[in-house]
Write a protein that binds this ligand. Structure first.
Ligand code: NAD
Ligand code: TYD
Length: 356
């Protein structure tokens, strides 16, 4: 059995669904269900013994220790985090609490459990920490893409908290020998993406007739990775990654934000034309820039390809079409997320259940 943390968030949801379908090994999913956690995403696994959901905090070492022992966990994949840069600017405390203190608590529980495992389980155990390219800081237009050798230069409270957790993970390997793996990926997009991040926000705002807020000049560059490609990369690293190593995961899709917004608008114009015949692009509004906004991220994903044979399956063109179609086909998901109704389901469904 594997323990996935943050498995009710955007990437965690996709990972759990893909894992159960592709691997079939049971998953214990530990998620605190913050605003970003939506257990309705995993409704298709209800009643499936391969998915055990537990609401709780990664920093709760007693709970984590109990789950590790009870389910004889062979690997942990740590997605749980506060993940939104803008929220980290308005309220950094939660980022320190979960991303730094929480990861520390998780590592402590895992270290204790792993230390008592008999061989060969001890040698086979894995702790995979999911991190971000944002820890490397901002690139100039002429700089080469981030490799695993780039130094850490985090600029936002979010990226600083992720960098701190990456350092703890590294230290637990170096000091205690904990068998860790770290992945640093670029901006994910795809189904179940909470509409506070660029791509889903633009899709849902466009359809709702709202403005499409572009920060600053819209020329900030990100690399875009289709979420299911990220999931396959994590499976590859978990299976064959070298212990203590870091793997950068990217989609080879560097694009300025404004181009992303225009692409989304063009797809919506094609698939769901506005009643007045105008383009959704007329809804674009330039708004004040994000403080400390990183100008460019780019990922050099050659190491994971060289060592593990992983390459993304989607181009941006194929991935963004799938994404826009998913949002068009799931208006109820969007409505329940926007109204907050998805949170009621948790109390309805879980209040009378005991945790596993
Ligand atoms: P998300 O915000 O959608 O989901 C995070 C999940 O973690 C939620 O389900 C939330 O309830 C849960 N959580 C938060 N605090 C918790 C705690 N203390 N204990 C247990 N669960 C908790 O995030 P995401 O986009 O799915 O990102 C997952 C991971 O990938 C994060 O570590 C993030 O830093 C990293 N990452 C994301 C991206 C991206 O583009 N989304 C890019 C690079 C790295
Ligand atoms: P985001 O999805 O928040 O991811 P990150 O900041 O982690 O890269 O933002 C992606 C880019 O889009 C980033 O440069 C900020 C920009 N952006 C906007 O221009 N408008 C918006 O409303 C949002 C949410 C983001």
């Amino acid at each position: 059995m594997i323990l996935v943390t943050g498995g009710a968030g955007f990437i965690g949801t996709n990972f759990v669904l893909d894992w159960v379908a592709a691997v079939g090994e049971p998953v214990v999913n530990l998620d605190k269900l913050t605003y970003a956690g939506n257990i309705e995403n995993l409704a298709s696994l209800q009643g499936d013994a391969r998915h055990v959901f537990v609401q709780g905090d990664i920093g709760d070492t007693a709970l984590v220790a109990r789950l590790l022992a009870q389910y004889q966990v062979r690997a942990v994949v740590n997605f749980a985090a506060e993940s939104h840069v803008d929220r980290s600017i308005h309220g950094p405390a939660a980022f320190i609490e979960t991303n730094v203190v929480g990861t520390f608590g998780l590592l402590e529980a895992v270290r204790q459990y792993w230390g008592q495992l008999p061989e060969p389980e001890k040698a086979a155990f894995r702790f995979l920490h999911v991190s971000t390219d944002e820890v490397y800081g901002s690139l100039r237009a002429s700089d080469p893409a981030f490799t695993e050798e780039n130094k850490y230069e985090p600029n936002s409270p979010y990226s600083a908290s992720k960098a701190a957790s990456d350092h703890l993970v590294r230290a637990y390997h170096h000091t205690y020998g904990l068998p860790v793996l770290t992945t640093n990926c670029s901006n994910n997009y795809g189904p179940f993406h909470f509409p506070e991040k660029l791509i889903p926000l633009m899709i849902v705002n466009a359809l709702a007739g709202k403005s499409l807020p572009v920060y600053g000049d819209g020329q900030q560059v990100r690399d875009w990775l289709y979420v299911r490609d990220h999931c396959s990369a994590i499976r590859a690293v978990l299976e064959a990654g070298r212990l203590g190593e870091t793997y950068n995961v990217g989609g080879w899709n560097e694009k300025p934000n404004l181009e992303i917004v225009h692409t989304v608008c063009a797809l919506l114009d094609e698939r769901r034309p506005r009643a007045d015949g105008q383009s959704y692009a007329t809804q674009i509004a330039y708004v004040t820039d994000r403080p400390g906004h990183d100008r460019r991220y780019a990922i050099d994903a050659r190491k994971i390809e060289r060592e593990l044979g992983w390459k993304p399956a989607e181009t941006f063109d194929t991935g963004i079409r799938k994404t826009v179609d998913w949002y068009l086909e799931n208006p109820e998901w969007v409505a329940r997320v926007q109204s907050g109704a998805y949170r009621e389901w948790v109390s309805t469904n879980y209040s009378e259940r005991t945790t596993a």
